[in-house]
Design a protein around this ligand. Structure first.
Ligand SMILES: CC(C)(COP(=O)(O)OP(=O)(O)OC[C@H]1O[C@@H](n2cnc3c(N)ncnc32)[C@H](O)[C@@H]1OP(=O)(O)O)[C@@H](O)C(=O)NCCC(=O)NCCS
Length: 178
């Protein structure tokens, strides 16, 4: 069970809580993914399942009681030291205030304490916001960010951009930085 991170933002006068998701968050996560118009839309069932089975490798950000963003991930079964981040989204009104990178940072802090030493994600070349966010995260963590091709466009049925694999490593809990 992760410890929720709560802070009051003096500029927006809002209380932001970053915590692991519960079942009741699934519907809002699905709505935010749909509204992003960038992410592949998984079924609402998938988000409920994620909240049930992978809460300790996922996060939601709640602002004044409303879900404002989420990160869903899992540790790779064959490589449990690797956290794979599947989707990150911040609802439109809350973008550009550091919420995306704050959720990822909170997730990494929690997962590093569980033995995770590497983050993986995939990003398509038409998503510079996502590249910028993960680059910012790697700088924050003092870790290297590397990119290699993973899924090519012709591997996706129905048309899809290629997806490059980005890795951030090595990861250590912040308490070990001192
Ligand atoms: C990508 C996304 C999650 C970023 O959320 P956010 O809360 O606005 O991002 P942050 O404010 O935490 O920004 C983190 C860094 O990325 C940069 N960034 C964010 N959006 C950017 C954009 N559109 N263009 C360029 N850089 C951007 C910020 O400047 C910041 O960099 P810095 O720390 O060096 O200043 C959000 O734009 C989103 O939900 N997009 C749609 C879904 C998506 O593409 N998800 C990622 C793939 S799974």
């Amino acid at each position: 069970m992760q410890i929720p991170i709560s802070k009051f933002d003096a500029i927006s006068q809002q209380t932001i809580e970053i915590r692991e998701p519960v079942l009741a968050d699934g519907a809002q996560m699905w709505r935010i993914a749909q509204d992003s118009r960038v992410l592949d839309t998984n079924s609402s069932y998938a988000y409920l399942l994620w909240c049930r089975d992978f809460p300790n490798t996922s996060m939601v950000a709640e602002i004044d009681g409303e879900v404002a963003g989420f990160v869903i991930g899992y540790t790779r079964p064959a490589r449990p030291q690797t956290l794979f981040v599947w989707q990150v989204a911040v609802d439109h009104p809350h973008r550009g205030h550091g919420l995306g990178v704050d959720m990822l940072d909170a997730l990494l802090e929690s997962c590093a304490a569980q033995g995770v030493t590497q983050l993986e994600t995939t990003i398509s070349p038409d998503n510079p916001a996502s590249v910028a966010m993960f680059a910012s995260l790697s700088r924050r963590r003092g870790a290297a960010l590397t990119r290699t091709p993973l899924f090519t466009a012709d591997q996706f049925p129905g048309g899809h951009q290629p997806e490059d694999l980005y890795r951030i490593a090595p990861l250590t809990p912040q308490e070990e930085w001192r």
